[in-house]
Design a protein around this ligand. Sequence first.
Ligand code: B4P
Length: 198
Amino acid sequence: AAEEALKSTKVVFVLGGPGSGKGTQCKKIVEKFGYTHLSTGDLLREEVASGSAQGKKLTEIMEKGELVPLETVLMLLKDNMIARAPNSRGFLIDGYPREMEQGVRFEDEVTVRESEFLLYLNVSEDTMTSRLLGRAQTSGRVDDNEETIKQRLKTFSENKKAIMEYYSKENKMEMITAEKSVDEVFAEVVRAFEGRGI
Ligand code: B4P
């Protein structure tokens, strides 16, 4: 029954570089539109916090600013979506797809209706770096340090072109410039959602 519910639930992807404001905007989207927020980064950090053997490996990868194996993310995501689908009016999938293959495998293996669109938060590397260094002072995250931030930016820029081209071709790309304040960015996010009939 839960898998059935998943088939009729809307999905919006939220993507952007590290520090582009994904998690920040998703919180506000949940407040306004009542969507269910699933951040792949948060799911991975929960796995790490559980102290499992897999968690240890994940920390090592995240410390290097690299992408964790596709299978791991896809499984975490799918399990969580199935569990929550019966009580959800739509999913915000934050930080996914990070590489093109993730998008393709999602479509093949997570049986949802076609995704609505991809919200892309576009920000300069300078802005992302300064936001992440700001967060580093309080976050305690293993990947919020200068060395790892550089690598995270590199990982992101290697993958973004293919993803953007794919979703543009499908007419599913909603790109927003996310340099301004949280509320100013959110005003644009709301326009994008409403423009897509959400
Ligand atoms: P994530 O958890 O996705 O980390 P992130 O890119 O930094 O985004 P986050 O949502 O946390 O931060 P935000 O920009 O909102 O990924 C971490 C790691 O997990 C990856 O490097 C990778 O190893 C792994 N991973 C995750 N998903 C994966 C996947 N699908 N496949 C493989 N591996 C995966 O906020 C950053 C800071 O900016 C905050 O301090 C915030 O307050 C501030 N900020 C936000 N908006 C602002 C604004 N408008 N103005 C000023 N400050 C702002």
